[in-house]
Design a binder for this molecule. Structure first.
Ligand code: HEC
Ligand code: HEC
Length: 235
């Protein structure tokens, strides 16, 4: 093992014990691949500029992989990320590793409780990881009903997503609003993918789930759903 590798290895060990992320080889290379991404998405994948750069920590690995491939093929347009997602920069193996790394980062939504023995640095480090999305105003009862009827089937009852359906809870509200606007303008496909593929013969799919769910909601409904999602992070 070269000196550089040894150093990297030692650093990863320190990092892994501090962050309690499963010590798989994928996560070690994933952290390295993530390096240049941190300039925009933050050291812990917490996002930046209040949601102009979305949170990636804790996002579903399958969704991150799928999305990076969409950026690379330019099916989903993302100008700032263009240089980072070209074939040479981001081969499939790297996409897999960085997705696994990001999916494994946990950012608590509550301030930690400290022991008197915790020093200032330990406190600072623990507090840096906390990510609390500001609450949004709205009719929470309406938001809850609509979310659970129209969105939970794909995005999960708890908003944490599943398989390739992205986590919505803990994501910046203005980023989610921007994506909804893009879906409504037809710039990004929303639930179509779900129907194209494996979901087709899913007998558990409730009848109420039809394609184009976002197009059937009023602006107020969307606001209420997003307000409810900002409450789900506490649960
Ligand atoms: C120059 C800034 C910048 C850099 C560097 C950057 N990104 Fe991004 N990224 C963005 C922006 C802006 C968006 C949101 C695009 C939009 O609004 O649709 C984004 C979106 C994403 C998304 C989609 C999130 C979602 O919920 O759909 C993923 C995944 C992602 N970036 C991963 C990465 C990875 C991995 C890297 C490093 C290889 C990286 N980004 C580097 C700016 C950046
Ligand atoms: C049939 C499955 C399905 C249902 C139901 C569904 N979604 Fe989605 N949603 C998806 C898929 C798939 C994506 C990723 C699409 C893509 O970018 O290709 C997505 C992405 C999103 C995103 C963007 C997330 C990100 O990180 O960029 C938002 C916001 C969203 N959905 C909101 C909603 C809301 C609100 C509802 C309920 C009114 C809803 N969705 C119902 C399948 C679904």
């Amino acid at each position: 093992m070269s000196k550089r590798h040894l150093l990297h290895f030692a650093f990863c060990l320190a990092f892994l014990s501090a962050h309690a992320i499963a010590a798989t080889p994928e996560n070690e290379s994933g952290k390295e691949i993530y390096g240049p991404c941190a300039a925009c998405h933050g050291d812990l994948g917490q996002g930046g500029k209040r949601g102009e750069y979305p949170r990636l920590a804790g996002q579903r690995a399958a969704y991150i992989e799928y999305t990076l491939k969409k950026f690379r093929s330019r099916e989903r347009i993302n100008i700032p990320m263009f240089p980072y997602t070209q074939e040479r920069e981001l081969p499939d193996a790297d996409i897999k590793a960085v997705a696994a790394y990001l999916a494994g980062i946990e950012l608590p939504t509550k301030m930690p409780e400290f022991k008197p023995s915790d020093d200032a640095l330990a406190r600072l480090k623990a507090m840096e990881k906390v990510l609390i999305i500001p609450k949004l105003e709205g009719d929470l009862a309406n938001g809850k009903r609509l979310y659970q009827e129209e969105c939970a089937y794909c995005h999960g009852v708890d908003g944490r997503g599943k398989t390739r359906f992205p986590m919505l809870v803990g994501q910046y509200t203005n980023y989610l609003q921007k994506q909804i606007a893009a879906y409504l303008k037809g710039e990004r496909p929303h639930d179509k993918v779900a129907d194209d593929e494996d979901e087709e013969d899913d007998k558990t799919k409730p009848k109420a789930v039809k394609l184009g769910v976002l197009n059937r909601l009023t602006e107020k409904d969307i606001q209420d759903i997003l307000a409810y999602i900002t409450r789900l992070q506490d649960e």
